[in-house]
Design a protein around this ligand. Structure first.
Ligand code: MSP
Length: 548
């Protein structure tokens, strides 16, 4: 029987923990932005949310890089971790918990978990022979290798032959329990084509995998045999349990179950699919713990249609990108332009075009010109129009009336680009409506009632669009709300655990039509998203933008 767990959080989400062999690259930023968007969306719905991220600091890969740089591994990790945390800050990511696998709290969880699996009889000593990719930290099947024994995921790296005594985890025992679990929980692996891929793989039969290494100091020792260290992936996956313990509680599995475990959603990239959908659930079954709710697998980013890599010199440096364009621009491009789940491309000229078209022109100009008219014609106030008088056929209302539901469903399905497209439909209709109605002419002709209806319905549409986009572009959305006269900070979706949580405007009200109140004073107009000019493309920076 599973130990019972209490659900403290309506929604909890994790990113993978990132290797600290190098500074963060755009791939790590991609997952983390998506996780932050979802966390913000759920907070807007008034839910208690837990968002965790962190760093994967043990293993041969990290030890080697530290050796090459002539630093102690711990010092190396500390330096790189600071780079991750400052990028998350620059990208406006509000996480509730940051797990470092070198922390004593994590060590306590790893030891306890290992002991559980050991007591279950699922660990035994055996001989490991095979080809190891240090960059993946994984043994590879000989048939999947490229010419000259190169790793398919790291074609510039050759795999290394290993023949050593290791402790093994009896993964083979879990083939049937896993298949039954996938069968009974069709939502567990998403998108469904990834689920099918995993089921095909598991049906072929599972091999036990080694969970210890010898001749490697940089890791936790195996409790009963300190000549071995725990395999970095076994150690890393357990970060999700460490992060599920409240920060003021002793790090134990019991406390994880009383607080954050099981997690609702793990976000991962497609290269770490098997670890999360096969190894991880089997480890949890062995430790008699409940399984996470869902694993959502996203695709890979390319640059100008090419795979990014240090050797090609075409990586994207997220620090330079955010420094040049700001966090909202980057969050918007990656979430709107790439269907989450599929591979997607970054090109700087496309980036500039999309942002100028959607945020500077369509959204920004609509707000700007309408507010200026409201200042001129309505004494700087929300026009005197009652939203309940709007007709069902009104061109903006007819789109807006179901928009909150549609967008909410899209966020729930992680269909971020669909959420953006639906919101853009309303914004574009708003621009067309202003052009057609020509409020300046209505004013001249003295058609004041109609003028107020037009201006109200456009301002209310921009408000609704801004609110619904807030998880993705919180700074722009907040600027829209300020200009519409709200005194709420839409960007204050800071952790609802660590800081005094500020009341956020609730989705059930602000996600619907008719929130602006006639007569309320409007704020100062300014451009919420200045046009981007064609700048010299950001050079890839091999120091900071590597894709490993
Ligand atoms: N440390 C492991 C994860 C352990 S989780 C218990 C790891 N780290 S990583 O830093 O190499 O990769 C972290 C995430 O970044 C993975 O989800 C990976 O898919 C993602 N990406 C790495 N390169 C990427 C792209 N080019 N595009 C999109 N995501 C990519 O794996």
């Amino acid at each position: 029987m599973n130990e019972a767990s209490q659900q403290n959080f309506a929604f909890s989400i994790t990113t993978p923990i990132y290797y600290v062999n190098d500074l963060p690259h755009i791939g790590s930023a991609y997952t983390t932005m998506a996780a932050d968007v979802l966390a913000r969306f759920h907070r807007l719905r008034g839910e208690k949310v837990l968002l965790m991220t962190g760093t994967d600091e043990h293993g041969q890969k990290i030890q080697r890089i530290a050796d090459e740089l002539g630093r102690s591994p711990q010092l190396h990790c500390d330096q790189i971790v600071a780079g991750f945390q400052s990028l998350w800050h620059a990208l406006n990511i509000h996480y509730d918990c940051f797990v470092r696998t070198t922390s004593p709290r994590h060590e306590a969880i790893v030891k306890e978990f290992f002991q559980r699996v050991w007591n279950r009889g699922d660990i035994y000593l055996g001989q490991q022979q095979g080809w190891y990719c240090v960059s993946c930290e994984e043994f590879k099947d000989e048939r999947e290798l490229l010419a000259e024994k190169r790793c398919p995921l790291h074609p510039n790296k050759v795999v290394e032959w290993r023949d050593e005594q290791n402790y093994f985890f009896r993964l083979s025992q879990y083939q049937l329990p896993l298949l039954t679990f996938y069968e009974n929980h069709p939502e567990f692996i998403q998108p469904s084509y990834r689920r099918n891929e995993v089921i095909r793989f598991v049906r072929q039969g599972l091999q036990d995998f080694s969970v210890s290494r010898i001749n490697l100091d940089w890791g936790f020792p195996i409790p009963n045999d300190p000549t071995h260290t725990i395999y970095v992936w076994f150690d890393a996956l357990l970060n999700y349990i460490t992060g599920s313990v409240a920060s003021d509680q002793e790090p134990t599995i019991h406390h994880a179950l009383n607080y954050g475990w099981p997690i609702s959603l793990h976000l991962i990239g497609k290269d770490i699919l098997r670890f999360h959908t096969v190894y991880w659930p089997a480890m949890l079954m062995s430790a008699d713990m409940p399984l996470p709710g869902q694993i959502f697998v996203h695709g890979f980013l390319t640059k100008d249609g090419q795979k990014m890599s240090k050797s090609l010199g075409n990586t994207i440096d997220p620090v330079a990108l955010v420094g040049r364009y700001g966090s909202d621009a980057i969050r918007y491009y990656f979430l709107k332009e790439i269907e989450f789940g599929k591979d997607g491309d970054f090109s700087e000229s496309r980036f500039i075009n999309i942002l100028n078209a959607d945020l500077a022109n369509d959204l920004g100009n609509l707000l700007n010109r309408t507010i200026k008219m409201a200042i001129k014609y309505c004494d700087r106030r929300v026009p005197d129009f009652s939203p309940s008088r709007i007709s069902d056929q009104h061109p903006l209302y007819s789109i807006a009336v179901n928009l909150g539901d549609q967008v909410s469903q899209a966020y729930t399905r992680l269909a971020f680009s669909q959420a953006c497209e639906s919101i853009l439909t309303l914004i574009r209709a708003g621009n067309k409506y202003v052009d057609e109605q020509a409020p300046w002419s209505l004013y001249k002709q003295g058609e004041i009632t109609k003028l107020y209806e037009v201006l109200y319905s456009v301002l209310e549409s921009v408000r609704l669009a801004g609110y619904l986009l807030a998880p993705i572009i919180p700074t722009v959305s907040n600027a829209i709300y300020q200009q519409l006269g709200f005194k709420i900070d839409l960007n204050a979706s800071a952790s609802n655990l660590t800081t005094e949580s500020q009341e956020l405007p609730d989705f059930s009200i602000h996600g619907s039509w008719g929130v602006l109140r006639a007569g309320d004073e409007l704020g100062e107009p300014y451009s919420v998203f200045p046009r981007l000019s064609d700048l010299t493309p950001i050079d890839s920076n091999p120091e900071t933008g590597s894709i490993q």
